[in-house]
Design a protein around this ligand. Sequence first.
Ligand code: CU
Length: 175
Amino acid sequence: MNARTTRTLAAALSLTAALAISGCSSSTASSGSGSSSNASAGAQAGESAKPKMTVSGGYMPEPVNDKMAGAFMVIKNDSNTADKLVGVTSPLSDDLQVHETKDQKMQQVQSMDVPAAGELKLERGGNHIMFMGLKNKPNVGDKVTVELRFEKADPVKVELDVKERTYNAQNSTAH
Ligand code: CU
């Protein structure tokens, strides 16, 4: 009796785990150009609460060459309206992408959620912004400007500090 209960519980747990893993499949749906967000059934009326974004801790580890670079920051949504990061531009590159990291591999996504009264963390080993092809290679101490575009909120300009290659906001005390 006892053993059976345990077995059943174990089976239930592994099922839950399987569901959790498969549950993150993305619905990278539709319209690339971000101009018209169709299909949003709940978008009627209430245009009042336009989300407002605050960005902190933006940095770029000094890139190895002019091929690519990553950018990290925390985007905070101070409103009660959920929003999405839908694009990034910068004078430093004509091709900026939003990447997520899954199973240690990164892949491009069309948008990334910024939850209502929550935040989107772009950090090493996780979600990040990626510059594909740089017009010049920045060095430690330089500033790089990016502009974040959102589905609803106004665009936000952010100055990224170019940091040492190994810099990580989490352990910024280490030297
Ligand atoms: Cu990437």
